[in-house]
Design a binder for this molecule. Sequence first.
Ligand SMILES: [Zn+2]
Ligand SMILES: [Zn+2]
Ligand SMILES: [Zn+2]
Ligand SMILES: [Zn+2]
Ligand SMILES: [Zn+2]
Ligand SMILES: [Zn+2]
Length: 379
Amino acid sequence: MTERVFVFADEEELFSVMKDLDCLYCRNPVAASKHHIKKRHLRFAIYYKDSGIGKFSIPCYCADGGHGRSHWHCPMCTKILQRTKDYKIHVTNHGVEMTDKSTVELQPTSVLLETLQTDTDDRTTGDKSSCQKCGVHFTTTSNLRRHQRLQHCQVHVMPVLCVDAKNAIYVTPKDPHGPRVPVHIRKSFSLQILLCELEECWDFMKAQAQRGNPGRECRHLIRTSHARPYTPPPPLCVRSLEDMARRRLLSGTRTQQCQEIHSRAGLDGVDCVYPVLWGEHELSERCVYFSVYTGFKDKWCQFGRTHVSFDSRSGGWKCLCEFRRSLCVHKCLSMWWLFQERPELLGNALDMSADGVEELEEEEEDGDKLCPEEGDDIC
Ligand SMILES: [Zn+2]
Ligand SMILES: [Zn+2]
Ligand SMILES: [Zn+2]
Ligand SMILES: [Zn+2]
Ligand SMILES: [Zn+2]
Ligand SMILES: [Zn+2]
């Protein structure tokens, strides 16, 4: 069975979850048409604010409730509640704030009969009800207005990119000002994961839980409601790595290590190097950031990924790993990606002559030319 989600940020998300499937929230098989979803579920949705972000939950009629009776699954714990009133109280205790815009109160007895009825009142109005910014359609203008208020007021403030859909890992800028240094976060209601790699955020959420607000999100996690869906980056090609080795930009050992980590990431079904391109997906900014697969977890790579940054002006590289001052394999992997996709940004590093390699090999021991001393780097 497909993993079910019980909280949504907008209606389109709900429709797309069950595109071409039977409804996951009904006991009897029924096509999850938009019409069905609207009539049986959305109409009774409960709206609330979760750390300031608008969300909603829909009633469920699956076998868990017994005899197809309507019930509610809590998205934050595993509890199932039969009565709408109890569900509202329950999620309020999790720290969300009811905004309750629902016009129709759920009447458990009447909805059972509705499966037999055919539907004729599927009103779709014209362009009036589609969002100018993202093109999503809405049934009513009030839904559209709510969407615009919630999705587009904050959307350009802080981007959130999904770098690993399988493990629900995202990156978002750590701070709203200055260089957009990324942090990794993980969030999945179905996997019951709510994590930020920053210690201060971990402390914040722990304190909130102790105060009776489990599931309260840090300033990074709350942004995931407008996360951009995962898009695969240009994949690394072994041929370009071989080219780098041939041009003696990488030593034999490093080339081999890169290849090993790259294929291990492939086996795990994740991207080895995910370039973090903020803004319009362009490398217009001075600093280029990468989320790089490590293959294990540690204090500096809690989710199995480290951060590498490259200052295209100074040519300086940084990595969060314990070899931060030398040319670690994560920097090499990121360099591989840049060499392949944006060689112009590597600049001088590419002009090295063949006899530069001895120098490079030595420097691997104790710091590197490709990795100058920290100082003028801004990343
Ligand atoms: Zn249904
Ligand atoms: Zn259910
Ligand atoms: Zn709960
Ligand atoms: Zn929109
Ligand atoms: Zn955080
Ligand atoms: Zn590293």
